[in-house]
Design a protein around this ligand. Structure first.
Ligand SMILES: [Zn+2]
Length: 282
């Protein structure tokens, strides 16, 4: 069992790095207005089409020492960070998913998603798909300060399917129970951000963030929604501090908030159950 699990985790990590590479190419093509699914990858500097050997995640970057094979100019390290980051996001998901579903610690060495029930495997696959979209939104918002509608609606579709399978088939809470869980779960994120958006007439946050909150809410319970609200704002404040020190931003500069919401949701969805004790008094 142990060897099979290790091979599975290795496979999941490599799959993640390939998806990270895809996200890098896809977001850039979307921004350039090119066909973002079918187009061939090219160097961002000299626009030379890239061969298969240039497209091996992480390995190509290290072999080429971060330079384009054709024009010799530096390739941004974003690609490397994205490939490694998505690989790790996939790996950590695979390690923690059985514990998340069981809401207690399950050793990833002795049991993995591989041996789980079919619905758990299905919901895990939907989660991985959603992770790819979240990575794309993270990258796009960080780089260009926009959350493209196509990506947000795709994420919403994935999160609704995730929530339906998770609540109806794994937790067996029934349809009324599902509505009873989802409506309060959307309140702390979507509800509060919608109110802030309306009151500030779109000055404090963008409508993209409001739509993103709707999509992310379906991964959470209302308690987890509150945690994400807190954690995302904490991450946002922390990420602004070094920039403020270097005077790169002023107090009124807009900071991309989407990445904070996405990172917070990822963390809370996977390990939020460990913090149940925090809510004993709520
Ligand atoms: Zn080049």
């Amino acid at each position: 069992m142990l060897v099979e699990n290790i091979i599975f985790y290795l496979f999941i990590f490599i799959l993640g790095t390939v998806m990270g590479s895809f996200v890098g190419a896809m977001t850039w093509r979307m921004h350039e207005g090119k066909d973002w699914v079918n187009g061939r990858s090219e160097c961002e500097r000299c626009h030379h089409k890239l061969g298969a050997i240039d497209l091996i995640p992480i390995v190509s970057y290290l072999l080429l020492k971060g330079k384009c094979r054709y024009c010799g100019k530096k390739i941004s390290a974003t690609a490397l960070r994205l490939e490694t980051g998505t690989g790790l996001a996939f790996l950590v998901s695979a390690l923690l998913f059985p514990s998340m579903v069981a809401e207690k610690w399950v050793s990833p060495l002795t049991s993995s998603v591989l041996t789980a029930k079919p619905w758990t495997i299905a919901v895990f696959l939907v989660w991985l798909f959603a992770l790819v979209i979240m990575m794309a939104l993270y990258t796009y918002d960080k780089r260009w300060h926009i959350l493209p509608d196509g990506l947000v609606w795709t994420l919403l579709g994935a999160s609704v399917v995730y929530s339906l399978i998770y609540c109806l088939e794994i937790k067996s809470i029934g349809r009324t129970g599902w509505v009873g869980q989802i409506v309060p779960a959307l309140a702390p994120l979507f509800g509060i951000y919608l109110i802030v958006f309306v009151l500030s007439q779109g000055k404090w946050i963008g409508f993209g963030d409001v739509k993103l909150c709707l999509a992310l809410g379906f991964f959470l319970t209302w308690r987890q929604g509150l945690l994400v609200l807190f954690l995302a704002n904490l991450l946002g404040s922390l990420s602004a501090v070094p920039k403020l020190r270097k005077h790169q931003v002023k107090m009124n500069t807009q900071i991309a908030f989407g990445p904070c919401l996405i990172l917070a949701t990822y963390i809370v969805a996977l390990i939020g159950w460990t913090l149940r004790g925090l809510f004993v008094l709520v």
